[in-house]
Design a protein around this ligand. Structure first.
Ligand code: FEO
Length: 399
């Protein structure tokens, strides 16, 4: 059966959810599932804005046919060509062969790369600021390159002041019937997943997101409808503030994330002792992660949230423990920057981890090293406690 909801009187959410998929992009765990949002505007002309992933194809086609109720589909907007939003373009072309596919030159190029179909007679190319007139509704397009792919556009419906924002402002987490943020406990249920989505998927492109925010600030926006997660129809300034912080690499909170690697518990012991001492110094909300246990996407999200990071790792094959090496490489690839970092290495016969951590950090912008880097020789001893105390004092001072 169809499963749709109205967003406004003539605009409907026609998307769906996937709670079976283990990993988004086959990389990021999504224990709360994910939604693929699509919308339709019913006016003198009809317009669908983005399709959905193939995994929910049957539901999606049923939704569209129900809402159109025998009408033709005039326009399909493709704001983003990533396949999680384009799994049904070919289906719609078969059902509505006269529909115009609204995109830009890169959209159509990517479309022909992904699919064994070329349909130039259906292409309706738009440039920055172009408007498609549906009758009462007028839909204007703005380019948002690299948020999250180069072809990305957003669609702004001028009459109802709705921004269809592509991946921007989206989140992991399926929609549980409530499709609006004002119907859910956003901070309690979605915020951490929203941060994890942003940092891991779009985090690298902070400069481009800043440019996008500047462009959007000229628009009066009443509703933001992203491609994943709930729709915003109030508290939009809260969301914009989060995006502003995330994309400018400004921490949301003064606090400490401790991430360690440990084979036999000795480096773990140092991490626990530092956490313990920080707590006794009054530091609250400390996060401690074993890099081998927790998926990096969660650690990255918290590294983005807090001001301070403590990295502790043993040497491995003369270099850095491989899982920690991968995490730091990922942080660096995501343009992680502007943080206070404390580093600890461990070695038994030849040091390697500490220098390798420093090398990773040297590739990141505006990293302040807090405390004297400490290289432990296999395990920390009672008579070295003052070294840890000094490090903890430096971290507390930096908060
Ligand atoms: Fe939700 Fe970049 O695709």
């Amino acid at each position: 059966m169809h499963c749709v909801q109205s967003v406004t009187e003539s605009i409907y959410w026609i998307g769906g959810n996937d709670r079976r998929l283990e990993r988004f992009e086959n990389m990021f765990p999504i224990p709360k599932g994910v939604s693929y949002n699509s919308h339709i505007i019913l006016d003198e002309k009809t317009m669908v804005i983005d399709t959905v992933d193939q995994s929910i194809r049957m539901q999606y086609l049923e939704n569209i046919k129900y809402i159109l109720n025998g009408r033709d589909l005039d326009y399909l907007v493709v704001n983003h060509m990533e396949p999680d939003h384009c799994g049904n373009i070919e289906d719609l072309l078969k059902l509505y062969p006269k529909m115009k596919i609204v995109g830009n030159a890169k959209t159509f190029k990517f479309f022909e790369q992904f699919y064994n179909i070329s349909s130039p007679e259906n292409y309706y190319s738009v440039k920055e600021g172009d408007v498609v007139d549906l009758g009462k509704h007028k839909v204007q397009f703005f380019n948002m390159p690299m948020v999250h792919w180069p072809e990305v556009m957003v669609a702004y419906e001028q009459t109802e002041k709705i921004l269809f924002s592509a991946d921007a402002f989206g989140t992991f987490g399926a929609l549980n019937g409530n499709i609006f943020t004002d119907q859910v406990d956003f901070e309690g249920y979605y915020l951490s997943e929203s941060r994890r989505y942003y940092t891991n998927i779009v985090g690298k492109y902070g400069v481009q997101v800043q440019m996008a925010l500047k462009k959007l600030s000229a628009l009066e926006i009443k509703i933001i409808a992203p491609l994943h997660g709930p729709i915003w129809r109030d508290n939009i300034d809260y969301l914009l503030d989060k995006y502003n912080k995330w994309s400018s690499y400004v921490p949301e909170k003064q606090g400490v994330v401790i991430v360690y690697a440990s084979m036999y518990g000795n480096t773990e012991n140092v991490a626990n002792c530092i956490a313990n001492k920080l707590a006794q110094q009054g530091v609250k909300d400390i996060k401690v992660y074993d890099v081998s246990k927790t998926h990096p996407s969660y650690i990255i999200a918290d590294a983005w949230k807090y001001s301070n990071l403590v990295i502790a790792s043993p040497t491995y094959n003369g270099g850095l423990y491989l899982v920690m090496d991968a995490l730091l490489h990922e942080l660096s690839s995501l343009s992680f920057q502007n943080r206070k970092v404390t580093i600890l290495g461990n070695y038994t016969w030849a040091t390697g981890a500490l220098n390798s951590i420093k090398e990773h950090l040297s590739k990141m912008k505006n990293i302040e090293i807090v405390g004297e880097p400490l290289d432990i020789n296999s395990s920390i001893k009672h008579d070295q406690e003052t070294l840890l105390d000094e490090i903890v004092q430096e971290i507390v001072k930096s908060l």
